[in-house]
Write a protein that binds this ligand. Structure first.
Ligand SMILES: Cc1cc2nc3c(=O)[nH]c(=O)nc-3n(C[C@H](O)[C@H](O)[C@H](O)COP(=O)(O)O)c2cc1C
Ligand code: SF4
Length: 439
């Protein structure tokens, strides 16, 4: 049965980036403009670009793509007066399992992203910007391309924007559907027409990014936050969230809850409150484990229901806020099987550039199949931990590190579930056929 959230919990909802999602046709320029659209751009273009960078620094905005890097600081790294072209690249790849915040934003409110792109490009002195969108997201890409065309026709893009002398070309580029192309340097390689594989850093994109020029790469949610900060001011933005994790955040909830979906609340809300907002757990299901920010973030358990979901709170609980994709599993779900399915994903998506990730994930998938087919041994658990030890911190990019998160955390909290397969108390979930000739 769906439960109704209490009033004090409902008050935790802070629709800022999601505020137009329920307005019919908000993706059209005329409707967007009626709902405050492009007011922030007009205001921003009267300011000095450096003041805009300072405003974003003052707001405390941190990247919404997973790592939480301070956005104003990143913009400030772009060298000025260097005579080179500067680029803004928006990361709209959204591939982290469970994450579903950027695609609905681009579908329901694409102009907010376009407006953010124009303001951010003006701030970092870029005259060309790209939105790199996941290839499968055809509908969102269509809405986005339509919004870009509307913005060109209205004089918000192109030459001499709103008569200010500022020029900006914006290109929407569809990728081919590879998780690794969400990693910012692989994304840049893919955008340049190469195979999407991460680049060695340093040098960093701030000085040697797209076409070896200074580049800012930011997530959709980061850039779409900018118009609100310009209109509302840094103090207003900081009035939401927590001291070090300011502003609202879109949490995507999926799994064993009554009303899965996107819930926007100040950073620091707890899972207990989010589940209440989502109408409670499904009948007959008790929370057992969950991801705070996608499958690359260590699992948490029912003990962690009151952890504040901000960058610091989740780190203190031994995990990572990541993309705030909370996938909720119950006592009827198997953490060993869930981890196996995630590993299949990482193994499939590993780009193959470095040995720890390419080989480690290959072998871990095999070990999981053996355990789940009832043929695992106690040594397999040590082998899994040893393999993770050789992947974590030794991989070329974060994909390898992320793949170890569900393995080590499920072994930490749910070792007994593994032993139950190994010692024959749980019936095998995979048939022995899975062990023969599988890739
Ligand atoms: C394997 C991998 C996949 C990633 N996928 C995404 C993604 O889909 N979207 C995203 O914004 N960031 C993704 N990131 C993080 C980006 O590398 C980068 O940190 C982010 O785009 C920076 O934007 P922000 O500062 O606005 O968060 C990924 C990182 C890794 C290692
Ligand atoms: S960690 Fe994996 S995805 Fe990243 S470079 Fe190495 S093989 Fe490629």
């Amino acid at each position: 049965m769906t439960t109704t959230p209490r009033r004090e919990t409902l008050e935790k909802l802070t629709p800022v980036l999601t505020k137009r999602w329920l307005s019919p046709d908000a993706w059209r320029l005329d409707v967007y403009q009626r709902l405050d659209g492009y007011a922030a751009l007009r205001k921003a273009l009267t300011a000095h670009p450096d003041d805009l960078i300072q405003l974003v620094k003052d707001s405390g905005l941190r990247g919404r793509g997973g790592a939480g890097f301070p956005t104003g600081l990143k913009w400030g790294f772009i060298p000025q007066g260097d005579g080179k072209p500067h680029y803004l690249v928006v990361n709209a790849d959204e591939g982290e399992p469970g994450t579903c915040k950027d695609l609905p934003l681009m579908t329901h409110d694409p102009h907010s992203l376009v407006e953010g792109v124009i303001i951010a490009s003006y701030a970092i002195r870029a005259n060309r910007a790209y939105i790199y969108i996941r290839g499968e997201a055809v509908h969102a890409a269509r809405r986005l391309r339509n919004a870009v065309q509307e913005a060109y026709r209205a004089g918000y893009l192109g030459e001499n924007i709103l008569g200010t002398g500022f020029d900006l070309e914006l290109v929407v580029h569809s990728g081919a559907g590879a998780y690794i192309c969400g990693e910012e340097t692989a994304l840049l390689d893919s955008l340049e027409g190469f195979r999407g594989q991460p680049r060695l850093r340093p040098p960093f994109p701030a000085t040697h990014g797209l076409y070896a020029c200074p580049t800012v790469v930011n997530n959709v949610g980061t850039i779409a936050s900018v118009p609100y900060i310009v209109l509302g001011g840094a103090a207003w933005w900081k009035s939401m969230g927590t001291e070090k994790s300011s502003g609202p955040m879109i949490y995507s909830l999926s799994g064993r809850i009554n009303n899965p979906g996107q819930y926007e609340a100040g950073l620091g809300i707890t899972l207990r409150e989010l589940i209440e907002l989502a109408g409670g757990m499904q009948p007959g299901h008790d929370l057992r484990f969950w991801t705070p920010g996608g499958s690359s973030t260590p699992l948490l358990t029912a003990e962690h229901l009151d952890v504040p979901l901000d960058f610091e709170g989740v780190a203190a609980a031994g995990s990572i806020l990541g993309t705030t994709a909370t996938q909720i599993f119950s006592d009827q779900d198997c953490p060993v099987y869930a981890t196996y399915r995630w590993l299949e994903f990482y193994h499939h998506e590993s780009c193959g550039k470095c040995t720890p990730c390419r080989e480690g994930n290959y072998w871990m998938v095999r070990t999981y199949r053996r355990i789940l087919a009832g043929q695992g041994t106690h040594e397999d658990l040590d082998t899994l931990l040893d393999t993770c030890d050789n992947i974590l911190g030794r991989s070329f990019c974060g994909l390898g590190d992320g793949a170890t998160s569900p393995v080590t955390s499920s072994l930490k909290y749910f070792k007994q579930d593994y032993l139950d397969y190994i010692e024959g108390r749980t019936a095998p979930k995979l048939s022995e056929k899975t062990l023969v000739g599988a890739h």
